[in-house]
Design a protein around this ligand. Structure first.
Ligand SMILES: N[C@@H](CCC(=O)N[C@@H](CS)C(=O)NCC(=O)O)C(=O)O
Length: 199
């Protein structure tokens, strides 16, 4: 979702190829040759394949500095941009994955409840951090200018609408989601992917 919305925001030409996770297309030999992790998304650009959604997002925004969605290199805001994107990937998104797939965290047919409960607790801790940051210097993650980090946040916040700990239940995050939903790029991405998000 984040990659797709950024491509729409940039207005560049691209081809979207659907990998149907329900059909296991991510685990076919053809796809594993592209991304050995068996995960979406990947970006193919000039004959190179890049995986990890945050890396793809940063790469695309570096290709299009005039879009103004990544702070200037060497600026303190650039540090925060890296901070949020890596932290969302390795902490927030990982808690989301543990909630959605607790079976990946235990052996055999062990009880999944403690995994789900711990993931819910961790998600709430992460949402609180972001909610406080947005309250202190919002409306966007980096302050008064929207950046790629906001698109990544939107993606995980959208997923969380079906979790036990939902981003939309935190007031500043809710405002952030409402603002993101106003963006034409987000509207186009949601419509092309057949998604709706009622807040
Ligand atoms: N850290 C990776 C995570 C990617 C990820 O977990 N993708 C999920 C869909 S949201 C996936 O492909 N799951 C398929 C599977 O695990 O079989 C990223 O941000 O790109």
């Amino acid at each position: 979702m984040a990659t797709h919305a950024i491509l729409e925001e940039l207005g560049v030409a691209y081809q979207l190829i659907e990998i149907d996770l329900a059909k296991g297309m991510q685990r076919t030999p053809e796809y594993l040759a592209i991304n050995p992790n068996g995960k979406v998304p990947v970006l193919e650009h000039r004959g190179e394949v890049i995986y990890e959604s945050a890396a793809i997002l940063m790469y695309l925004l570096d290709q299009h500095p005039d879009a103004g969605l990544a702070p200037a290199p060497h600026s303190p805001q650039r540090g925060h941009y890296y901070q949020y994107l890596t932290w969302m990937s390795n902490t927030l998104q990982e808690a989301a994955n543990r909630w959605a797939h607790p079976e990946h965290c235990v052996a055999g047919d062990s009880d999944l409840t403690p995994v789900v409960e711990k993931a819910t607790h961790e998600l709430s801790r992460c949402w609180s951090i972001i909610n406080d940051d947005l309250g202190g210097k919002g409306p966007w993650l980096l302050g008064d200018r929207v950046s790629g980090a906001d698109f990544h946040l939107f993606m995980v916040a959208y997923w969380s609408s079906r979790y036990d700990s939902r981003a939309q239940d935190f007031p500043n995050l809710r405002r952030h989601l409402q603002a993101m939903l106003q963006r034409d790029s987000i509207k186009r991405m949601m419509s092309q992917e057949g998604l709706t998000f009622k807040l």
